[in-house]
Design a protein around this ligand. Structure first.
Ligand SMILES: [Zn+2]
Length: 383
């Protein structure tokens, strides 16, 4: 389908994925003329990597300060206005680089602050838990509602395999769940291009597909959780992030499965419930969306919708290539992640509500939106 990007965005992040690569941080900062560093952690990521980063900065005589983000009443560190203020308060004018040490939330906060203050930031992931490390969008929770703000990507990512290997299993499972989401996201993207003329980029799609394939073909290594598998997953997640960066939006990585996840997240926020990891929700949602889309194309004929008929066969083929819901659940179980909504505390009612309403969260065409807007629910086989 080619590329309708008039312009690709620059993708110039220094990505280092290897054991012990933290040791390369001082010379990298020096090469960028950075002498005043603000390191952002939370209690967990301080233990996992923050402490080593600070030692490394001290040994090499960098001026540095530390922000340790505090969890809320539910024990979550949330990317909200309270956390933002905590970072802004420590960001003295001489800070010339930020370092985000942690997983998605800490990156989103630092991404926003560093962009506002026009200082670069360096990413040190502590777990292969999301694909957002390399991207520029910062999902934040402002006044209790989720908004995604375009900010800046990191100038460099130092993914130290020694650190990532120590990450708790549920974070690895979440990263794998976020990766699985590409199975349905890529189909929704093609659908949106064919049916609604939304922008499409073959390069970004290809990068994402490669990232997904490399992870699916090495599930065994990822399950093992050793350096080799962690590297495959981390490379895949970063590559998916780079694809988003290239096109300046997240269509390659986020379709209806992410809309369900965002809907559930908002519901949890409204009810003051402790958050569930992004990738855990996305993995479970991918199984649901896979089942729904296959169900639709098993019961829909080309004549059912004139708009659909020119693309019917191409789309049906794509949908039938999505791994079966049973296989998706099997993948999730193998990485010891949750596979069913109930395991996340999401009941039938909330699943159904999301299927009928989540598409409104974003101006983005998906098969899920198509089902809702054309009222095709009665065409589907009931489980
Ligand atoms: Zn995601």
């Amino acid at each position: 389908m080619g590329c309708t990007c008039r312009n690709h965005f620059p993708v110039d992040i220094d990505v280092v994925i290897e054991a012990n690569c933290l040791a390369k941080l001082p010379s990298y900062l020096e090469s960028r003329n950075c002498r005043h560093v603000l390191v952002v952690v939370d209690q967990n990521t301080y233990r996992a990597a923050g402490k080593s980063v600070l030692e490394c900065l001290s040994e090499n005589s960098f001026a540095h300060a530390l922000v340790c983000l505090q969890p809320n009443e539910q024990e979550d560190v949330v990317a909200d206005e309270v956390a933002l203020v905590q970072i802004f308060m420590e960001a003295s004018p001489d800070v010339d680089v930020f370092i985000a040490v942690g997983s998605g939330t800490i990156h989103d906060l630092v991404r926003f602050v560093s962009c506002k203050l026009q200082r670069p930031f360096v990413s040190i992931p502590t777990a292969p838990s999301v694909d957002g490390f390399a991207s520029s969008g910062a999902p934040l929770v402002i006044r209790g509602a989720k908004v995604t703000i375009q900010a800046a990507p990191p100038v460099a990512i130092f993914a130290d395999l020694n650190i990532l290997q120590e990450a708790p299993r549920h974070l690895l499972a979440a990263g794998f769940g976020d990766m699985l989401g590409k199975c349905t996201a890529l189909v929704d993207w093609t659908f949106s291009c064919l049916m609604a003329d939304e922008p499409y980029c073959e390069t970004a799609a290809e990068w994402t597909r490669q990232a997904l394939d490399s992870c699916l073909s090495r599930v065994d290594a990822i399950v093992e959780g050793k350096a080799e598998g962690i590297e495959i997953l981390m490379r895949g997640l970063i590559q998916s992030g780079l694809a988003m960066l290239l096109v300046g939006h997240s269509r390659s990585a986020s379709g209806a499965e992410h809309h369900l996840s965002h809907y559930w997240e908002t519901d949890f926020l409204e009810h003051g419930r402790p958050q569930v990891l992004h990738g855990a929700k996305v993995g479970v949602a991918t199984g649901i969306i896979s089942g729904l889309y296959k169900n639709l194309f098993e019961h829909l004929s080309p004549d059912d919708c004139s708009q659909l008929s020119p693309h019917y066969e191409a789309l049906r083929d794509l949908v039938f290539q999505i791994p079966e819901p049973g296989l998706i659940k099997d993948y999730l179980r193998r990485v010891q992640g949750p596979a069913l909504p109930e395991e996340l505390g999401i009941d039938r009612m909330l699943v159904n509500e999301a299927l009928h309403k989540a598409y409104r969260l974003r101006e983005r065409y998906t098969i899920l939106r198509f089902i809702n807007e054309n009222n095709l629910w009665n065409r589907l086989a009931q489980e």
